[in-house]
Design a protein around this ligand. Sequence first.
Ligand code: HEC
Ligand code: HEC
Length: 263
Amino acid sequence: MPRLKTPVLLVCLAVFSTASMASAQQAVENPFTSAQDVSVGMKTFRSNCITCHGRTGLGDRGPNLTLGSFRHAVDDPAMFRVVRRGIPNTDMPGLYGNEKSIWQVVAYIRTLAQGAGSASLSGDPINGERIFSTQEDCAQCHTVNMQGGGGGAPDLSNVGWQRSAAYLRRALTEPNANVDPEWWGIRVTQATGEVTSGWRLDEDTFSIRLLDPDRNLLSFNKGELSAFERLEDSPMASYEDILSAEDMDDLVAYLHSLGRGTP
Ligand code: HEC
Ligand code: HEC
């Protein structure tokens, strides 16, 4: 726990003024790093930053934020300052918001770093690939290098390059923590009382089409429905209780390897 650093830091700082102690203490760590914080940070990022940094942080008008090393935002406190104040004389604007919301964006940016955690990955990617392709149902929904993917879930061919290992693990254990609205489901209730839920494919004024869990394409006339509602949970189940800890490590190691050979 990084908290343990505090007493050591206090000793070092005792020679300096209390004012510098307070600011340095605040600088030690980001207080808002839970899955929930990361998820809120992602939303803030998506509303304020993707025009320049890209939807997955890979950069566009602004730099790539997934490399795990930064010119200005060298540590969390520096990143906090960059996000809060912007970088003078560049395109990088400051973000209006309270401290908590800025720390949450910092926490989200940290999850994008592909370098993070790579050194400590102990899993076996070969066994991970076997789990992905044959032991579990991942390939029924996801595509990797043009294989699988009938279920239309995100293409994972470059996921190891786009995401940190910590993010990948969280995607498997807490899939509901960061669901992009594009993946929300829908539940329709017909006038007969019959309820069907599935993936919302498309919708117009009069009809709605969805894919049910058995991957049947269903079309409903909105006028004949008594209700329909969005489901904001991921269509993907949590694998936390399904996989052993060892298999989880292997699967994360496999996902982490995806796309990392390419620049
Ligand atoms: C209008 C475009 C624009 C927007 C919007 C924008 N940025 Fe930036 N950002 C930049 C540019 C350009 C730089 C590089 C500035 C420089 O050093 O020349 C940058 C730099 C950064 C850096 C520092 C990178 C480093 O190497 O240290 C971080 C972190 C960052 N932006 C995060 C964000 C976040 C978070 C948001 C949303 C709250 C955001 N940016 C919104 C353009 C933008
Ligand atoms: C029923 C279809 C389905 C199955 C089965 C499934 N997923 Fe997913 N998965 C999704 C959807 C939809 C998303 C996007 C929504 C979300 O973030 O949860 C997703 C998201 C992910 C992400 C995050 C991608 C990103 O860039 O944010 C990873 C990683 C992932 N899945 C890996 C797996 C693995 C590994 C398995 C098997 C153990 C698996 N999935 C099984 C549908 C599925």
